[in-house]
Design a protein around this ligand. Structure first.
Ligand code: SF4
Length: 335
């Protein structure tokens, strides 16, 4: 199975078990943004989650959360950001926070004053990072990725998910703190489980020290690796940003092709509507595989699938929280 299909099916399965907020392909490094991308992120929320969901369906910019804009009286926006926040960045954060309904603004004497519509709650309890490697025979740089997760300890738990049989040699090579799941496709023992997946826990993860300084490997040279020491405060901000991005983005960030061979899967069978190609008889990564260059391509209208409505229906995420502005469809969907 391709890594793409494996990832979507795993997300659908975890979602069917109500395991928090799930998202795919999010940056999880601090000193070198983009240096480490997690395949799947699972946010386990606190009891304040509903307060967060009531604010906006979008990711809230971290600069807006970190600013001195409170819920009481309005403040002149320029005076609400610290010296470490560039004015352009502060302006963008203010505009975005107003657009998504986290700030409300008013003009007085030609100046814009802003206020938070609601207090920002501590809604993130734990963050789990899942690395997908269906075939351990083609590991790529799996070991160094997992070692980064363990040394940096940005997430509370790191897990490797695979379809391969996990040998003793694999167990010895994979950092011992990393949990290992073997994903079976012969079906779940639970009759209420809609997805045909069963997860065998080969090794439980060890909780990582998220409140302590982390070591982030940067560039490797022969015989040495440059590293950055990351403070707990920086990690905390990156965790919050990661959780916000996960909330705004989710995992249904795939497309459906304008091809007659594509038949979306039944949400009740697979836990999600996925792009299944009858010509290939498998889930396809449309952005990478579909188009006139594909020998099975048969031009047609793309299927009409509302993934946002599906997410709203099947998860705790709210597309249109009460009393907030309605999301404009399509905007920043993949941001
Ligand atoms: S373009 Fe090719 S891979 Fe994509 S749905 Fe059509 S036949 Fe399948």
């Amino acid at each position: 199975m391709s890594e793409f299909a494996f990832e979507l099916e795993l997300c659908a399965h975890l979602e069917s078990r109500n395991e928090g907020i799930l998202a795919r392909q999010l940056g999880a490094s601090v000193a070198d943004p983009g240096g480490r991308i997690l395949d799947v992120v699972r946010i386990e929320p606190t009891s304040s989650f509903e307060e967060r969901a009531a604010i906006t369906c979008e990711a809230i910019p971290d600069a807006a959360i970190e600013s001195d804009v409170g819920t009481g009286r309005t403040r002149y926006w320029k005076e609400a950001f610290g010296d470490d926040c560039h004015p352009d960045h502060a302006r963008r954060a203010t505009e975005r926070a107003c657009e998504i309904g986290f700030f409300e603004s008013e003009r007085r004497n030609g100046r814009e004053y802003v206020r938070q519509v609601a207090r920002y709650p501590e809604w993130v309890d734990r963050i789990v990072g899942i690395e997908n490697k269906p075939d351990l025979g083609r590991p790529g740089n799996l070991e160094s990725q997992l070692r980064t997760d363990v040394c940096l300890a940005l997430v509370d738990e790191a897990i490797l998910a695979t379809e391969s049989y996990v040998t003793r040699a694999h167990l010895n090579r994979i950092p011992k703190e990393v949990g290992i799941w073997r994903v079976h496709h012969e079906g779940s023992a639970d009759p209420d489980d809609e997805s045909a997946i069963r997860i065998e826990v080969v090794r439980e993860p060890t909780p990582l020290p998220v409140d302590e300084p982390g070591i982030e490997p940067l560039e490797s040279h022969p015989g040495r690796t440059e590293v950055a020491v990351v403070s707990p405060a920086k990690k905390a901000r990156t965790r919050r940003r990661l959780a916000e991005r996960a909330y705004g983005k989710g995992w249904r960030t795939y497309e459906f092709p304008a091809c007659a061979a594509c038949f979306p899967t039944d949400v009740d069978d697979r836990g999600a509507t996925l792009p299944h190609c009858d010509w290939n008889d498998r889930i396809v990564d449309v952005a990478a595989e579909c188009g006139p260059a594909c020998p099975g391509y048969d031009p047609a209208d793309a299927p009409t699938v509302d993934l946002e409505a599906e997410r709203d229906r099947r998860t705790p995420w709210q597309a249109n929280p009460d009393g907030r502005r309605r999301r404009q469809s399509g905007l920043d969907r993949f941001g």
